[in-house]
Write a protein that binds this ligand. Structure first.
Ligand code: ATP
Ligand code: MG
Length: 777
């Protein structure tokens, strides 16, 4: 901890100190990865407070709530905990959700509005599509959701949508002429349920600030100093909020790196950073050049990558750190082998360097890749944690508990009600639910309200008195929870709810290992809630109410649930890794069509975003980076031939060390994976060098020779005949990947000859012989 201002200012270099010491005005810090941008923000806040700025007047927006918490802890070390408590810090979503809680009534929402998560939103959209009798194969609910989401983030409301023929035309062209109607109905339903989705938290904030000048003035006055981390990934909606709030005092400090802008697909707009200087008067631009995170090798390799992008701001990044080891590149046969390589390597590295498993991260492009890595880590008993994917709070049993808790605060919450009104089973059937839905629509009320009014309107609904009792027992139970909620904290309420509703009893009856695991998860949830209550008291001076907890859950990114005290290997997508750092980083699946993603290489802009993503991945590493790829991989349920990513070739070779032979690795012959008969041929392409001939690689002539050495196209083996090779039922053969096996059956002729082989390791497989490359034993 620090004693004086001078003490902590010494922890900064000159370039970093300058934006910290500029107390007022607009400023932007543009700098490459690991150069201390986040550190500048942190120290700037401490310095402002030292200069007498009230913590209540400072607003800091970060990429994750975890980042905000860490910043707050750091600041607390400098200025003291009681002062730091009053800082407003968090993600855009969490900060503005809090503000909307105060102001929701102005927009016609209840202050206890529910925040719908993606699953809730998609479920509402699915219901709308069904109600409107639209073809669900044309109106795919996920696609509809993401279109609506992008409208919201561009501030295109339903009204704006219907006033814009171009948008309607575009949707009609995309075969979704009714999109606007779905959009409208979706918004109506959310409104009626007293619910906002994620995008609403920004959209409604904008609405609030534009429609109510006195509200805008209040928050402008409150947030006199605004700071934004990762500014390159703000979307239009976020941009407008920052712009509006900072307009009066213009004390705004944003930091970012255009080379790390990786959320364009979710509406992030790089122009926000490029145009910042035009948005405010007298903007000071600061640049940081020294990287403190990584070795020379990693910094230079990352520089050599990002240079390939045409659209970028020129930046210098250098480091005084050690040269370090070269980036290690490893090739394997399958993704299973890749997982095993990573696991053994982590094991050895941890042993050799006496480092904990928390020093390691495995980064991938898509969540699906985690499985092979997990399997391998589990076999080696290496502890790990997966971030993203199906998060803890998305598990069924957890969502069930949360649904009850949500109903306590907002009984209008339809998604929550539908989820648990008959779970555990209470004899409330589908037909009853349909009748309630019709009535709710008819009276313009929520289902909860309809149930409460059944004594008056029950006759019209054809709900018999037995069912009516069951329904009303449910609402009475929820209301009894509401009473308790006035005196007890989040943990106490939840504990009561899990008992009283019969949720745990239900799972105990189940008795299967899955059932037991679910009970354990619920216990874990309760533990988490207990911690939450303690932490709220400690860090934020509040009671840890249910309302606070639910808000925290609704907005938790998976990173936020990290307790941070576990020494585990971190597994996550590259997107999630932004802003983080680890001594050892494994970037797996470095293959064409995977990284860069096959869905993002159609235009230069898309490819450049993939390259920035790779830059982000590589720059997470402090000491050592590994790039791994495999020659074949299961994707979409099929085994496909994979080729090394162009990004490996783009790194200057002097920074790389190949753990497997270079030529083969870089210039794989045409098709050499084993091909099952169901392989989608369109996925197999001839390999071509992607960016001309890379430095020090073989010449075109050598390449051709290499290719001739391993002719595996169908032409040479076209007339393959099982008899020629002495293959028949009962023959023992050996296969490169599956090992020894016995031929059980041969079928087909010529090029189509297939053998069914029972492999000792791989089990029964059917292979096309012309590709299978078998040795007869
Ligand atoms: P990214 O672009 O990845 O978000 P960043 O620019 O925000 O990176 P930081 O995370 O702030 O960089 O800093 C990178 C690392 O360097 C951190 O571990 C930080 O503590 C350290 N660091 C930053 N500045 C200094 C300094 N002046 N002296 C020592 N260490 C520093
Ligand atoms: Mg940072």
């Amino acid at each position: 901890s620090f004693k004086t201002v001078q003490d902590y200012l010494e922890q900064l270099n000159d370039a970093q100190r300058a934006p910290v010491l500029q107390k007022d005005g607009a400023m932007i810090v543009i700098a490459g990865a690991g150069s201390g941008k986040t550190r500048v923000l942190t120290y700037r806040i401490a310095y402002l407070m030292d200069q007498g700025v009230d913590a209540f007047n400072i607003l800091a927006l970060t990429f994750t709530n975890k980042a905000a918490r860490e910043m707050k802890k750091r600041i607390a070390q400098i200025v003291g905990n009681s002062e730091a408590k009053n800082l407003w810090m968090g993600t855009f979503h969490s900060v503005f959700a809090k503000i909307l809680r105060f102001e929701a009534d102005k927009l016609g929402y209840p202050n206890n509005f529910t925040i719908y998560d993606t699953q809730d939103s998609q479920s509402v959209i699915r219901a709308v599509i069904k109600e409107m009798n639209l073809d669900k194969d044309v109106y795919k609910y996920k696609q509809v959701y993401s279109r609506i989401s992008s409208y919201k983030n561009s501030l295109i409301t339903v009204k704006a949508y219907f006033g814009n023929p171009e948008l309607q035309e575009a949707d009609a062209m995309a075969k979704m002429p009714r999109l606007g109607d779905i959009y409208k109905s979706y918004c109506d339903k959310c409104f009626k349920a007293g619910a906002m989705d994620f995008d609403d938290l920004l959209l409604k904030t904008n609405e609030l600030l534009t429609r109510f000048p006195e509200v805008l003035a209040k928050y402008q006055n409150r947030f006199r100093y605004i700071l934004v981390d990762e500014y390159q990934d703000t979307n239009h909606s976020q941009y407008l909020i920052v712009r509006a709030l900072s307009d009066r005092f213009q004390n705004i400090c944003v930091v970012g790196d255009d080379a790390q802008s990786i959320y364009a697909f979710r509406g992030a707009n790089i122009n926000n950073i490029l145009n910042f200087q035009k948005d405010y008067d007298n903007v000071n631009v600061y640049r940081l050049e020294q990287n403190y995170r990584s070795t020379k090798n990693i910094v230079s390799a990352a520089n050599s990558i990002i240079e390939k992008n045409k659209t970028r701001l020129e930046k210098v990044v250098w480091t005084a750190n050690d040269e370090g080891a070269k980036i290690k590149v490893n090739r394997t046969m399958t993704d299973g082998d890749e997982g095993r390589f990573v696991a053994s390597n982590i094991f050895e590295t941890a042993m050799n360097n006496q480092s904990g498993y928390g020093d390691f991260a495995v980064l991938y492009r898509t969540n699906a890749q985690s499985r092979a890595i997990e399997d391998a880590l589990r076999k080696k008993d290496i502890p790990y944690r997966i971030y993203g994917g199906l998060s803890f709070y998305q598990r069924k049993e957890i969502k069930d508990v949360i649904a009850y808790l949500r109903l306590i605060l907002n009984p209008k919450d339809e998604e929550a009600l539908k989820r648990v009104i008959n779970y555990p089973a209470r004899g409330i059937g589908q037909t009853t639910m349909e009748r309630l839905t019709v009535a709710a629509n008819h009276y313009g009320r929520s289902m909860f309200e309809v149930i409460k009014a059944l004594d008056k309107i029950g006759g019209n609904l054809k709900i018999n008195s037995g069912t009516k009792n069951k329904l009303q027992n449910f609402t009475t139970m929820i209301e009894s929870f509401q009473v308790l909620n006035q005196t007890y904290n989040a943990f106490e309420i939840a504990e009561h709810v899990t008992k009283k509703t019969g949720l745990v009893t239900e799972l105990k009856k189940d008795g299967t290992p899955e059932g037991i695991a679910r009970i354990e998860n619920i216990e874990e949830l309760l533990n988490g809630m207990r911690d939450f209550v303690e932490e709220q008291k400690e860090l934020a001076d509040t009671s840890g109410s249910l309302a606070e907890f639910l808000e925290d859950v609704a907005l938790a990114t998976d990173l936020d649930n990290d307790k941070g005290d576990e020494d585990r290997v971190a597994l996550m997508t590259v997107h999630l890794a932004k802003g983080l750092e680890f001594p050892y980083v494994y970037i797996v699946g470095m293959e064409e069509e995977l990284f860069p993603s096959g869905m993002s290489m159609n235009t230069r802009a898309e490819l450049e975003e993939e390259r920035r993503l790779f830059y982000v991945a590589l720059t997470r590493a402090e000491k050592q980076a590994y790039l791994t790829y495999t020659q074949s991989r299961y994707r979409w349920g099929k085994l496909i031939d994979a080729e090394p990513s162009r990004f490996i070739e783009e790194i200057d070779e002097s920074f790389l060390e190949y753990l497997t032979p270079v030529t083969e690795q870089r210039y794989k012959p045409l098709i050499d994976a084993d091909i099952f008969e169901d392989v989608d041929r369109s996925k197999l392409r001839l390999r071509k060098p992607t960016s001309g001939t890379p430095p020090k690689g073989p010449t075109e002539e050598q390449l051709r020779k290499l290719r001739r050495l391993k002719p595996v196209t169908s032409s040479t083996n076209k007339n393959f005949n099982a008899k020629d090779a002495n293959l028949s039922e009962g023959t023992w053969v050996e296969h490169v990947r599956f090992g020894k096996g016995k031929i059980m059956k041969i079928e087909g002729v010529g090029a189509d000859t297939k053998a069914e082989i029972n492999f000792e390791n791989g089990g029964l497989k059917k292979l096309l012989l012309r590709f299978a490359k078998l040795n007869v034993l």
